[in-house]
Design a protein around this ligand. Sequence first.
Ligand SMILES: *Cc1c(COP(=O)(O)O)cnc(C)c1O
Length: 377
Amino acid sequence: MTRSIAFLDLKAQQARIAPALRARLETVLGHCQFVLGPEVGELEGRLASFCGAGHCVALSSGTDALQIAMMAEGIGPGDAVFLPAFTYTATAEVPLVLGATPIFVDVDPRSFQIDVAHLEARIEAVRAAGSLRPAAIVGVDLFGQPADWPALRRIAGENGLFLLDDCAQSFGGSLCGARLGREADATAISFFPSKPLGGYGDGGALLTDDADRARLYRSLRSHGEGETRYEVLRTGMNGRLDTLQAAVLLAKLDVFEAELARRAQIALAYDRGLSALLDVPARVPDSVSAWAVYAVLLPDAARRDALQAGLRERGVPTAIYYPRPLHLQPAYRPHHDGVVLPVSEDLATRILALPIQPELQDDEVAYVIEQVRAVLA
Ligand SMILES: *Cc1c(COP(=O)(O)O)cnc(C)c1O
């Protein structure tokens, strides 16, 4: 019998946390401090202690978190910002909005994370060309797994670059036993509804151990204000997280660890059921994934597209992250130096994400596995 599997099921999750969620929302409706109300500070404290970071500043989105982090470093025209080509558009959009130049770096064919050898070659080439100043590296923790942070820290240190962790997809994941949030000079996270810790609208945050940076982030999210609200010290933006979103996220944080554990169970079930048939996700050594995405690889585009179509017919939704690497996007191509990034270009044709979300039941996971087998048979 054909079933209908949900790629994301926010209604089921909402039903599970309804009492706590409603109580949280009622409190905000009672005090009416809709901007920077007490829930925002409470959430910042909870998020910082969740990952052991010194400071957390809640913001309007993950994209704004990346932007505020770069504004705080003064990144702008003439600056080169190194980032992977195989990621969500926001990673490259932010340097361009600030007038800086994204330098696209290829990724590892199995972990999908930024290729550190290629990164070093790209930094060297930008230095040799002499027209841009290497300013920052954005390491993206793709799909829930960490980038190679020990290598990225070494490269950033040797080159004097600001190191930013785009952890929008991967908050809750860990490396060498430590939750992500302290691997770089600053870490940006997102609460977009489909992320592992998703709100009911846009939201994000910056984590850092650096008190001066945290102070700057707070100023930048409120129009560059100083000690008093009407003292403007710098050009900032309106980048605050709404109190209502903080209230939603506080209710969700209570079940977050259990949801991460459920995602990991589902990933393991997929591995067991599918590893003989296709390339299941390779694990980054010494890491725990937040399992934002479970992406498999097919031998070629035709077989990927056939699997996606076959699964759709059988009630199993899938997604392609990402159908086009960023350096080939119409908006970014003019800013790209023309270097071919073969791994990113190849992955875009062969990758497919299966449903992985904490509300999936065991029989649904088994159904997905059965249907993949049936289509590939
Ligand atoms: C989702 C995402 C962002 C942007 O986060 P928003 O909260 O949607 O602005 C940035 N980078 C990556 C890698 C993402 O997946």
